[in-house]
Write a protein that binds this ligand. Structure first.
Ligand code: GLU
Length: 284
């Protein structure tokens, strides 16, 4: 008999610093949503950026969330343990002719953008200007074979032609049409690791059976990319709920650089978990 698959939400922090009030809001939001849909609440450690992520921050995440009163399903998945899995899915897309290798350095990309001031912009700034998309495929293959450092980018025009029109449901905003070109030819495999945020999140949400993806509205644009990847990889379509972002008294978003506003600092200053939950928008 197949094990029963229950609805699920997840909180997916990156251990590149201590959690702050914005994370508390997001974690409490996901946990409340899990309860509302009668599902499980998952915690996933998104540590593919091995240069910036640290085990002590991962320990800090577990400590802070437990102190807040949260309880999550086991096991906790850690993305850095799953590189071979992401590589497998990256290969599926490569074999399908839906990617291309990109040898550009950040500097080269910036120079190209500076030379074309009206280059298309996306939610995170200028889009990749497509330099390596037009490389001769034989030359590209030879450079890869010679061991030249490269990222793997999605060939978004081809991908969009293959998927046809797509959409997703945001439970607050309704059905939203996917604009595949809005983020451009995003990276799926970084130069240092065989995945990227977009690929790892899409694979994990599907394999963990996350039925409702909750996250901040700053990542709403990423959902357009994720729907394309889900469709190409034959994954089911989850529902989405993108929450508003908590801001400080000056109306600024919380950031990892605001040391004084970490949950750890708040706890050490004597605030109770209930007080912090209330400040994070979840009064008991
Ligand atoms: N790991 C991402 C972050 O810390 C969140 C990813 C997601 O929820 O899709 O911002």
């Amino acid at each position: 008999m197949q094990p029963e698959i229950r609805p699920a939400t997840r909180f997916a922090p990156s251990p590149s610093g201590r959690l702050h009030l914005g994370h508390a809001h997001s974690a409490l939001f996901a946990a409340r949503e899990a309860a509302a849909i009668g599902g499980v609440f998952l915690l996933r450690i998104e540590d593919i950026d091995t240069g910036r992520c640290r085990p002590e921050f991962e320990d800090g995440i577990l400590e802070d969330l437990a102190w807040l009163g949260l309880d999550w399903a086991q096991p906790v998945l850690r993305q850095s343990d799953r590189f071979p899995l992401y590589d497998k899915f990256l290969h599926v897309l490569e074999e399908g002719g839906l990617t291309y290798p990109c040898f550009c350095t950040r500097k080269e990309i910036q120079a190209e953008i500076d030379a074309a001031p009206r280059a298309p912009h996306g939610p995170d700034g200028p889009l990749y200007p497509g330099i390596c998309k037009h490389l001769d495929p034989v030359e590209a293959r030879d450079r890869v074979a010679a061991g030249e450092a490269h990222a793997i980018r999605i060939h978004m025009d081809r991908a969009a032609r293959m998927t046809g029109p797509l959409s997703f449901i945001d439970t607050d905003r309704g059905r939203i049409a996917v604009h595949p070109e809005s983020c451009g030819d995003v990276v799926l495999g970084r130069k240092d690791v065989p995945t990227s945020y977009h690929l790892a999140v899409t694979v994990d949400d599907a394999l963990q059976h996350v039925s409702r993806v909750t996250r901040g509205e700053d990542l709403l644009h990423a959902t357009h990319v994720h729907r394309v990847l889900q469709t190409l990889l034959g994954f089911p379509e989850p529902e989405y709920r993108h929450h508003g972002l908590l801001t400080d008294e000056q109306g600024r978003r919380f950031a990892k650089r605001d040391r004084s506003l970490t949950l750890e600092a708040m706890r050490q200053s004597g605030l109770s978990a209930a007080e912090v939950r209330a400040r994070a928008g979840f009064p008991d």
